[in-house]
Design a protein around this ligand. Structure first.
Ligand code: ME8
Length: 526
């Protein structure tokens, strides 16, 4: 088995397409994961799965960020050694990946010895090439961000603009990276690749930061022992953000021993994160890569915040929703569906238990789950459980479905995951309408209309099969159960099979329990 990979099911895809390397941020192990982390991993997984469905050669990376003051302090509060603390919390994030049904190929930890050695090597290279020098520095520091702020960027009362917690004055002799020297090359990159940061508003924001001029960046800490030692000055440790950003490159060195993943996958095709860490990824990271002589990622996708009570859900603010109980009650696909549909990718969105329940009952349980059960029951009752052959009388519907498949592909290409889901759901609704229009229960009463009944049942089953392929990246487990219920191969989810008539002919259906069983709302409130 490939190390760290969540599932091996996807090995059944025929990989013919281009390499596609996708990453999430690596999450801090200072507290348990919450729905904000789940959101990023789910969105990355949806995109990774979609590319697998297209036959692309996908590598999907996630993991945990384990060094630095923030982690050391949270370990101290828990009365644990930093590594024990990191082990325990990293495992929680790994467990979350499992329950999210994430198909990441590798889970990196910045305490992996291979990562630590590679970070030391890369930073030593920056030092050797003259991009690193020693200087003293004083500034306002937010440990929750692991970042310095200028006085003018602070919130009232010298507070962090993101966490609203007080900042500390920090002054020490550090090693500095000549970030300022990369201003012009960064601007040139932005101009030559206008959509390398999406959405455009975030690109403009990042470009403005660069245009305004960049200060050199302190990349070591004298007083933080919990980190990778600076190779030429072991009294200091490497600044946690430098250590963390490099994960995207170091993982490829050792994720699959014996394979040259760097040649195969570098640079990343798509890096996903929320806007809190825009500057690190859209300013500092590309400058580091330029300095190290490495190619820049093709695209960064910066999504919005999940809000609760109008504020960013965050461990530091203490207003987080725990994803585990939701998943236990409703199933993981319900959460994946809700987040993909409710939050426009790139914008802020609000998580509410009521909104979640509404979508669950109205869309998943009723529009999709009931439609499947009705279809399978009718095929059972009227055709002994065998899907009739296509009589070729639904050409117009087939063309409509083909247009929907194209629309879903196009929405994915534009990284508009919510629109992709809207388009796919329009097909689910179209098939619901089809059931009402054709009324198989009425046709079944008239033996002279047997051919029409055959066509209606085929078209219902075929429409549902194709809908399952279109929603598979979002609700994979349910889509696979749906395919099995229709007598189709649950592993046949390649997008090329989303063609009218491409399924298994005259399949034998197999009734299944409801895809989305009723959950009492009060049970879910706890
Ligand atoms: O920043 N809404 O880790 P982190 C949406 N270790 N997404 C959210 C969110 C919310 N309310 N809260 C968290 C770090 N996220 C660094 C990253 S990468 C080299 C190092 C997601 O644990 C979102 O992806 O604070 C955000 O960017 C990330 O978690 C921050 O996770």
């Amino acid at each position: 088995m490939r190390s760290g990979r969540a599932v091996d099911l996807l090995d059944c895809f025929t990989v013919t397409g281009a390499p596609f390397y996708i990453t999430t941020p690596i999450y801090y192990v200072n507290a348990d994961p919450h729905i904000g982390h789940a959101y990023t991993t789910i969105m990355a997984d949806i995109i990774a799965r979609h590319h697998r469905q297209r036959g692309d050669d996908v590598f999907f990376l996630t993991g945990t960020d384990e060094h630095g003051a923030k982690i050391a302090q949270s370990a101290e509060r828990a009365s644990r050694a930093p590594k024990d603390h990191a082990d325990a919390l990293s495992q929680r994030f790994r467990d979350l990946g499992g329950v999210l049904n994430s198909t990441h190929d590798f889970f990196i930890r910045t305490t992996d010895p291979e990562h630590e050695a590679a970070v030391a090597r890369i930073v030593a290279g920056l030092h050797d090439s003259g991009d690193v020098y020693r200087d003293s520095y004083g500034g306002w520091y937010c440990t929750a961000c692991e970042a310095f702020y200028n006085e003018g960027d602070l919130a009232d009362g010298r507070r962090c603009p993101i966490h609203t917690t007080p900042v500390d004055w920090l002054e020490e002799e550090n090693w500095f990276f000549r970030l300022s020297a990369y201003r012009d090359r960064l601007l040139a990159h932005y101009d030559a690749h206008p959509d390398w940061v999406l959405p455009a508003a975030r690109r403009n924001e990042a470009r403005r930061m660069i245009e305004a001029g960049l200060d050199d960046l302190s990349i070591s800490r004298a007083q933080i022992a919990w980190g990778v030692p600076v190779p030429w000055d072991p009294e200091q440790t490497i600044y946690v953000w430098i250590d963390a950003l490099l994960n995207y490159r170091t993982a490829l060195d050792y994720a699959r021993p014996g394979e040259d993943l760097v040649a195969r996958y570098w640079p990343p095709s798509l890096q996903i994160m929320a806007k809190d860490i825009l500057k690190f990824h859209a300013v500092i990271w590309p400058a580091m890569l330029l300095a190290a002589g490495l190619e820049l990622p093709e695209r960064l996708m910066i999504h919005g915040y999940l809000l609760k009570g109008g504020e960013k859900m965050s461990k530091t603010l203490g207003n987080v929703v725990d994803p585990f109980p939701f998943i236990e009650r409703y199933g993981i696909d319900a959460l994946r569906y809700y987040l993909a549909r409710e939050v426009r990718f790139g914008e802020d969105g609000t998580f509410t238990a009521e909104g979640f329940e509404q979508r669950y009952a109205g869309e998943l349980a009723n529009e999709l789950g009931n439609l499947l059960n009705r279809t399978v029951n009718m095929i059972g009752r009227y055709r002994d459980g065998v899907v009739p052959a296509d009589r070729g009388a639904d050409g117009a519907l087939a063309a409509e479905v083909a247009a929907t498949v194209d629309a879903v592909r196009a929405a994915h290409e534009a990284l508009d995951i919510s629109r992709a889901m809207d388009e796919a759901w329009a097909l689910v609704r179209r098939i619901n309408r089809l059931a009402e229009e054709r009324a198989p229960w009425a046709l079944a009463k008239d033996p002279e209309r047997a051919g029409e009944l055959d066509q209606a049942l085929f078209s219902l089953a075929e429409g549902l099969r194709i809908a399952a392929l279109l929603v598979w990246s979002v609700i994979p487990g349910s889509a696979e159960r749906l395919l099995s219920a229709l007598g189709q191969d649950p592993a046949a989810v390649a997008l090329d099979d989303a063609r009218w008539g491409a399924g298994r002919a005259e399949a034998r259906t197999a009734p299944i329990p409801p895809l989305f069983p009723r959950v009492e709302p009060e049970e879910a409130e706890a």
